[in-house]
Ligand binder design. Structure first.
Ligand code: PLP
Length: 235
């Protein structure tokens, strides 16, 4: 029986190979795509296995889990990514721990984050989450709501916008996912033309275990992969 560490190392290697292959298919280099290893299903042992396999960028979707793990793993070289919805009352405890906030999903959150960052003096990289699929259950800006807000977002102190984030529709096919990812990339390309200079839209955070290869083919620079890393590991 392979150990957890061996199993996870094999899974990470497989995902990295798939990332490289998909990048090659879209005429890009594997280094242009960052693997965010989503650790929300697992604990310290599996996270240490991820680190041993070279994963430093880890994603959590619940603030309380992020707080707990950041404390348990405070001495490890981890860059934490907040990939889920962040309520404003959790901003204060969460932002100091985070390298990149993926789910910048409302004006009120961005404003609250900026206010907190001004007090603490911290700068934060953030992505604007866009609801490209129109799923009512999903958070994020409507695709047509981003452009009018960009000048205001650009004026928020201490936030550096790096790009856009989206999820494919629930229960869709791979073709549906591809359409959602194309929508995000086309929105980015359209916005980039008129974007305030304070804002970069370079990063596209899209793609999970079931669809990250399609996302890379459509331009993802950050993929958020969880379950594929834990195949054969009880979580
Ligand atoms: C859980 C989660 C992922 C990873 O999903 P998998 O299908 O397990 O790879 C990616 N993004 C977000 C926002 C998530 O909550």
């Amino acid at each position: 029986m392979p150990t957890i560490t061996q199993r996870i190392a094999e899974n990470v290697a497989g995902v990295r190979q798939a990332i490289a292959d998909a990048a090659a298919r879209s005429g890009r280099r594997a280094e242009d795509v960052t693997l965010i290893a989503v650790s929300k299903y697992v604990g310290v042992a599996e996270i240490d296995a991820l680190l041993a396999a070279g994963c430093r960028d880890l994603g959590e979707n619940r603030p309380q889990d992020l707080w707990r793990k950041a404390e348990q793993l405070g001495d490890r070289p981890i860059r934490w990514h907040m990939i889920g919805h962040l309520q404003r009352n959790k901003v204060r405890r969460t932002l100091p721990l985070v390298t990149l906030l993926h789910a910048g999903d409302s004006w009120r959150l961005l404003e609250a984050a900026s206010q907190h960052l001004q007090q603490s003096g911290q700068m934060l990289d953030v992505l604007i989450e866009v609801n490209v699929s129109g799923d009512v259950s999903k958070t994020g800006f409507g695709p047509e709501d981003v452009e009018p807000l960009l000048p205001q977002i650009a004026q928020l102190p201490h936030l550096r916008v790096r790009g856009l984030m989206a999820m494919a529709r629930w229960g869709g096919t791979l073709d549906d996912a591809r359409r959602d990812f194309v929508r995000l990339r086309e929105l980015r390309d359209r916005l980039a033309a008129s974007c305030p200079p304070e804002i970069s839209l370079h990063e596209l955070s899209m793609g999970m275990s079931g669809d990250f290869e399609v996302a890379i083919e459509e331009g993802a620079t950050l993929v958020r992969v969880g379950s594929a890393l834990y195949e054969g590991v009880e979580t």
